[in-house]
Design a protein around this ligand. Structure first.
Ligand code: 5GP
Ligand code: ZN
Length: 118
């Protein structure tokens, strides 16, 4: 299904982004307004608004997306454990601070200090 949302357009390469990972199912790119030294967004290429729309049939691709997060984080500047690490954030709904209604994980990391605002 074709959607007009911003992240669908980025997934279709209709809007440019600094892409760090792409495969058949997922895309990861730099956030345009970074809240940490490393601030990436990981999205599924298919449209769904948020985690609130996840259902029983979504377990497999969601597990693949979760497994991809540390791989992308550590390949793109998040420092290794145990001293390094990263945050994984998925704002959901208005009171969750969600501005773009296409499911995304914020991957935040890099040397502190930086705020936990994302
Ligand atoms: P949300 O508030 O929905 O969880 O996060 C949306 C994120 O998308 C924000 O951190 C914002 O900076 C980022 N963003 C908004 N527009 C664009 C854009 O056009 N390109 C990129 N790369 N990031 C964007
Ligand atoms: Zn979308």
């Amino acid at each position: 299904m074709s959607h007009d949302c911003l992240f669908c357009k980025i997934a279709r390469h209709e809007i440019p982004a600094r892409i760090v990972h792409e495969d058949d199912e997922f895309l990861a790119f730099h956030d345009i307004n970074p809240a940490a030294p490393v601030h990436l967004l990981l999205i599924p290429k298919h449209h769904l608004a948020s985690l609130a729309e996840i259902g029983p049939a979504d377990g497999d691709w969601l597990a693949r997306m979760l497994r991809l997060a540390p791989e992308i984080a550590f390949a793109n500047g998040c420092n290794p454990l145990p001293a390094g690490g990263f945050r994984l954030v998925s704002n959901t709904g208005t009171e969750g601070g969600q501005e773009i209604d296409h499911l995304h994980f914020h991957i935040l990391g890099g040397a502190r200090p930086w705020s936990n605002r994302a």
